[in-house]
Write a protein of this length. Structure first.
Length: 391
C-alpha cells in the first residue's frame, strides 16, 4: 500500500460479479501450480512497505474466486471478504479464507508484497532452514493463496465507505463491495529520502536490524535516528557488528532514558549527535557515509559497511481515515482479537502492531483475522457452516 491521492469517483454499485471494469491481465510467473518466480525487479521505486520490487503492475488473475456467484444465497455482486494488503498478514488471511471457501478478493496494492519485498535474505521465517529471499517468500505466499482460489488485484484502495453493509471500497475508479473486510495494509518504514540510500537498499542499507543484522558480523555499521527504535536497533546490532555508530541529527533524544543509558554504556556503540547523513557512498555496496554537522555544516566522510535507517514507521491507514480509531502513533486500534470499531471490519498485521513487526507475527495475525471473519460470516448466514474448513 502506498498513500495515494484519491483519484477515483464513486461509481454506481458494481454489476454482479463485481468489479464493474476489467482488471489488467495477469503478470507472468504467479500462476498456481508450482513456484516459477518471474518477478519483475525493474520497478524498484519509492519507500516503505511494498516499495522496492514491483511484481509487475498487472494483476495475476489465474484462479477462480473473488465475488460470490450467489451460491450461498446472498447478493452475488458482493465479495464475502475483501482483504486489503498483500504482505504476510493479507496473504495468510487469503490462504485461510480461500480454504474456507470464502472466495476472497485481495486488493494487493500497486507495489504488492509488503516490507519483505525490500528485504534480501530472510533467515527467521520458520520452514526455511537455509533462508529465503524476501520477494521469493512473498511469491510463495501469493501462489499458495491463489492455489485455493484467491483472486488478487494489484490496486491501491484509495478510500472506503464503511457506513453500511455491504462495505464499499474504491481502487483505480472501480468500486468493490464486501460483506466483510480485513485490513492488512502494513506500515511503511520511513527513509531519509536520499538517492544513494535507495540505490544501495539491500546492499548494506536496511530498515530492519532484526532482519539484516546477522549479515554484518564483525563489520562497522551505523544507525540513524534518535528514538527508541534507533537505540534498540543499535543495541541489537552490537551482537554482530564490531562497532555501531548511532547518528542523530540533534543533541537531545526522543528515546527513553533507559534506552539511552543502555546505549551509552555499551562499549561497542559510539553516539554522534548533531549529525545528518547527506549521502551513502559506494558502488555495489555501502562503503562510507558523507556526514554533515547540523550546527557548523562541516562535512566529513566516515568509512562504513552498513547503514540502518531507524527514523520511524508510518502505518498505511490513509484510505480508512475517519472510519476507524487510531492510537497516538496513528496505528489502527484492534477491538477484541482482530476486530475493529465497525462490525465486519477486521484488522491484521503491522497496520495495528508496532511492537513485534515481524513477518511471522503478521502472518499469524492474518490467520486469526480470517478465522474470525469466517465465524462472523457464518453467524450471519453469509457463509454456510458446511463450507467451514477443518483448520
Ligand atoms: P520516533 O518518532 O520516536 O523517533 C524517530 C527518530 O528519527 C527521531 O529521533 C527523529 O529525530 C529521527 N528522524 C526522523 N526523521 C528523520 C530524518 N529525516 N533524518 C534524520 N532523523 C530523523 O520513532 P521510533 O520508531 O523510534 O519510535 C516510535 C514509537 O515506538 C515511540 O513511541 C517509541 O517509544 C516506540 N518504541 C518503543 C520501543 C520499546 O519500548 N522497546 C522500541 C521501539 C519503539 P528528531 O528527534 O530530531 O525528530
Amino acid at each position: 500500500m502506498t498513500d495515494k491521492p484519491t483519484t477515483s469517483t464513486p461509481s454506481s454499485p458494481a454489476a454482479p460479479g463485481a468489479p464493474a471494469t476489467p482488471e489488467a491481465p495477469a503478470a507472468p510467473g504467479f500462476g498456481s501450480g508450482g513456484f516459477s518466480f518471474a518477478i519483475d525487479f525493474s520497478g524498484d521505486a519509492g519507500a516503505g512497505a511494498g516499495a522496492g520490487v514491483a511484481l509487475g503492475q498487472a494483476a495475476p488473475i489465474s484462479a477462480p474466486g473473488g465475488p460470490s456467484d450467489g451460491a450461498d444465497g446472498h447478493d452475488g455482486s458482493v465479495s464475502k471478504v475483501v482483504i486489503v494488503g498483500s504482505g504476510p498478514a493479507g496473504l495468510t488471511a487469503a490462504i485461510y479464507a480461500a480454504r474456507a471457501n470464502l472466495e476472497p478478493l485481495v486488493l494487493a496494492g500497486v507495489e504488492p508484497g509488503g516490507q519483505l519485498m525490500i528485504t534480501s535474505e530472510v533467515e527467521n521465517f520458520p520452514g526455511f532452514p537455509d533462508g529465503i529471499q524476501g520477494p521469493e517468500l512473498m511469491a510463495r505466499f501469493r501462489a499458495q493463496a491463489e492455489r485455493f482460489g484467491t483472486r488478487i488485484v494489484d490496486v491501491d484502495v484509495e478510500r472506503v465507505d464503511f457506513s453500511e453493509r455491504p462495505f464499499r471500497l474504491w481502487a483505480r475508479g472501480v468500486e468493490y463491495r464486501a460483506e466483510s473486510v480485513i485490513i492488512a495494509t502494513g506500515a511503511s518504514a520511513m527513509w531519509l529520502g536520499l538517492e544513494s540510500e535507495t540505490r544501495l537498499r539491500g546492499r548494506g542499507v536496511s530498515a530492519c536490524a532484526t532482519c539484516d543484522g546477522f549479515f554484518f558480523r564483525d563489520r562497522e555499521v551505523a544507525v540513524v535516528g534518535g528514538g527508541d527504535t534507533a537505540l534498540e536497533e543499535a543495541n541489537f546490532l552490537t551482537r554482530f557488528a564490531s562497532k555501531v555508530h548511532l547518528l542523530h541529527r540533534r543533541d537531545t533524544f526522543r528515546a527513553s532514558k533507559i534506552m539511552l543509558d543502555r546505549a551509552s554504556a555499551n562499549e561497542k556503540i559510539q553516539i554522534h549527535t548533531n549529525v545528518a547523513v547527506e549521502e551513502v557512498l559506494g558502488g555495489a555496496k555501502v562503503e562510507a557515509l558523507r556526514l554533515r554537522d547540523t550546527i557548523t555544516n562541516d562535512e566529513r566522510v566516515l568509512p562504513m559497511e552498513g547503514l540502518f535507517v531507524a527514523i520511524g514507521h508510518r502505518p498505511n491507514t490513509a484510505a480508512f481515515a475517519g472510519w476507524l480509531a487510531v492510537d497516538d502513533k496513528g496505528y489502527l486500534v484492534v477491538e477484541g482479537h482482530t476486530g475493529s470499531q465497525i462490525d465486519g471490519v477486521f484488522i491484521a498485521g503491522d497496520v495495528h502492531d508496532h511492537h513485534y513487526r515481524q513477518a511471522v507475527t503478521a502472518a499469524a495475525d492474518g490467520c486469526k483475522a480470517a478465522i474470525d471473519v469466517e465465524h462472523w460470516l457464518e453467524a450471519r448466514g453469509i457463509a454456510r457452516a458446511s463450507t467451514v474448513t477443518a483448520w
